[in-house]
Design a protein around this ligand. Sequence first.
Ligand SMILES: CC(C)(COP(=O)(O)OP(=O)(O)OC[C@H]1O[C@@H](n2cnc3c(N)ncnc32)[C@H](O)[C@@H]1OP(=O)(O)O)[C@@H](O)C(=O)NCCC(=O)NCCS
Length: 326
Amino acid sequence: MIYSKIAGTGFYIPKKIVTNDDLASYLDTSDEWIQRKIGIKERHVAAEGEVTSDMAAAAAEKALKNAGITADQVDLIILAANLPDHISPATAVQIQKKIGAENAFGFDIKCGGCPGLVYGITIGSKFIADGSCKNVLVTASDMNSRAIDWDDRLTAVILGDGASAVLLQASDKPGIIDTELHTDPSGYYGAYIPAGGTVEPITEQSLKERRQYFKMDGRAIFQFATTVFPDTVRSIVAKNNMTLDDIDFIIPHQANINIIKESMSKLGLPMERTFTNVDKYGNTGGASVGVALGEAIERGVIKKGDKVVLVSFGAGLCWGAVLLEI
Ligand SMILES: CC(C)(COP(=O)(O)OP(=O)(O)OC[C@H]1O[C@@H](n2cnc3c(N)ncnc32)[C@H](O)[C@@H]1OP(=O)(O)O)[C@@H](O)C(=O)NCCC(=O)NCCS
């Protein structure tokens, strides 16, 4: 049996900061509302000219450095991105070029929303398990600033830009213990971008109505998130004959501090058993669990030997979890 372990993590957050007060200077919102309802103080947005693959490559280089391997040792690059460099071809190929992974192949995945890294880890660990790859670079990069309508106060306040990466490596004992993925079409239109696909190609009219931007039913997503987060954590832990006492940290998608608080409370766990950075970065989409995991490891909060559940949820509806030992 060939197992996978996380040999290195990395994340990248662009420099430019947009504060709640910056948004309140032109939108009907306030720092008080955003902090109370979402827990975000500020978010970062990419520089002009910076693209999805730049952010992913920066996160990937950090993950490779932390894993102690060079780019030519990477066999496979997986990218999860809601907004790729181009609709076609795959942005993973640009990451391959930017980091110099000359022996790798790569492809993009789209699970819908924010569990991109969780889906990528699941797929990557299967390429390791069948013996075809030894080093798989899983990246998630979401340049949300170019997918949102900055004049829509509901969505403009919640999102930020960022990328994360994990280097999965073949191992004789399990680092990745188990993974679990789900989708549910009943909430397909709860969070989506109406125009730009085959259902609604972009027209002058769709641009006028700003239908090329992300739309969301916030209340429905909140309800969904606070249900699947605790349910999925319980499910993956029980499936592996463990209890919540065996888990050192739950690292959830950083969508909203109130989603995290309510879900941790449903699990009967204190906030000390999680790590949050939604206040600094907002919701960085598919990257967010990797940004939180990477930062928790960098700060020494999560240490070697810790058992961790990554749990994420988002548009699709889709959700999933990874049970792992660092
Ligand atoms: C977005 C979210 C914070 C809104 O909170 P909520 O309690 O559901 O708020 P509602 O949408 O019911 O709106 C409550 C009021 O706040 C207002 N409001 C919405 N956005 C606002 C903003 N940025 N600033 C101030 N007020 C705002 C609404 O218009 C509404 O006003 P009304 O009562 O006069 O009609 C919350 O639903 C949420 O976090 N959902 C999850 C979203 C998510 O995680 N998405 C991930 C991407 S898929």
